[in-house]
Design a protein around this ligand. Structure first.
Ligand SMILES: [Zn+2]
Ligand SMILES: [Zn+2]
Length: 350
């Protein structure tokens, strides 16, 4: 099959790759849609960070490895022991392949499973024509949910998990730093969870319309107005109750700290690829809580339900669609292309 394969730093190849074969408890998918993610761009530039450089303790897989962790597909073959899925099922894929046996898994804390093998990092992922995935990772879609929307269940699950991690209360006010995919998914998740105002802070004016159309109460263009002052003005001098850092940089973290009210909560969603320094006293003095979030546990069914009834909207975030053979050029110039786009997506036979 054809696949986009990661071999190491700045070494990503569109190439022929061995066809995958199912074993017990797994299914073979024909991939339909697969979202390009900034995390994969980070792997290309700075990696291997999360991609397995040495054989993973459960899957034994390491680079070269097919990236892609946001995808949907159609079941075309069942492995032995598969009982819940049928050939022809349309599915969204939860990328966290946890063991489902350890103490963490028994408590539903799948992301903390010590032998979890994330699809697209420790087993082959969705930038390919086919993928073999565990039955347990597949969520069957209703016919009216498009494969494109289904490939967005993963980033929405990241966003919803962060909102749950932060313990967001109904009626509160939140700020989101970063108007990319995760920022705009977080905006929608906050709205769906009863936050009254969401302020999006973003450098690029190109994201304004997306943010406003998806329910932002205010869009603060960071290079024109001072975010701290703007949010202070919008909240009667108080600041945001919750702030979500969805960029992954030291500067964005500083912004998040500065716009959060005393006693408020900052949730770090973005992957910061380098060590950074900041003044803990700024946090301590005002009793601000910093929490972190990574991936998701059991958010997939909730996101699918919220997509079904329209509380979350995936398709407006998909701003560019191309075939698999164009994925390489788009992923390697992600930063530049991302200025004009929210979610870039591979659609097979597009
Ligand atoms: Zn992603
Ligand atoms: Zn486990």
């Amino acid at each position: 099959m054809k696949a986009l394969v990661y071999h190491g730093t700045k070494d990503l190849r569109y190439q022929d790759f061995a066809d995958p074969h199912v074993t017990a408890g797994e299914v073979l998918l024909r991939i339909k849609c697969s979202g390009l993610c900034h995390t994969d761009f980070n792997e290309y530039i700075h990696g291997p960070l999360y991609v397995a450089a040495t054989p993973h303790k459960r899957t034994g897989r390491s680079i070269p490895l097919v990236l892609g962790h946001e995808f949907s597909g159609e079941v075309i073959e069942l492995g032995p022991g598969v009982t819940r899925l049928r050939v022809g099922d349309r599915v969204a894929v939860n990328a966290v392949d946890a063991c489902r046996k350890c103490e963490f898994c028994r408590r539903g804390l799948f992301v903390h499973c010590p032998v979890a093998a994330t699809i697209g990092f420790a087993r082959d992922g969705g930038y390919a024509e086919y993928a073999v995935v565990p039955e347990d990772c597949c969520h069957v879609l209703r016919p009216e949910v498009s494969f494109r929307s289904a490939a967005m269940v993963e980033p929405f699950s990241v966003a919803l998990h962060s909102v749950r991690r932060a313990g967001v209360e109904v009626g509160s006010r939140a700020a989101v730093v970063g108007g990319g995919t995760i920022g705009l998914c977080t905006l929608q998740a906050l709205r769906a969870c009863g936050v009254v105002d969401v302020y999006v802070i973003e450098k690029s004016s190109a994201k304004r319309k997306f943010a406003e159309d998806l329910g932002a109460s205010a869009f603060i263009q960071a290079e024109i107005s001072d975010p701290r002052q703007a949010i202070s003005d919008l909240t009667g001098g108080m600041g945001a109750d919750y702030t979500f850092e969805c960029v992954g940089s030291g500067a964005a973290l500083q912004t998040a700290l500065s716009v959060t009210r005393p006693g408020g909560t900052i949730c770090l969603s973005g992957v910061i690829p380098h060590a950074i320094q900041f003044n803990w006293n700024d946090v301590l003095r005002d009793e601000k809580a910093i929490i972190t979030t990574n991936a998701y546990n059991d958010e997939f069914p909730i996101v699918i339900a919220m997509l079904n009834d329209g509380r979350l909207k995936a398709e407006p975030l998909i701003s560019q669609i191309f075939p698999l053979n164009e994925a390489w050029s788009n992923l390697t110039r992600f930063e530049e292309a991302g200025k004009a786009h929210i979610k870039m997506m591979i659609e097979m036979n597009a």
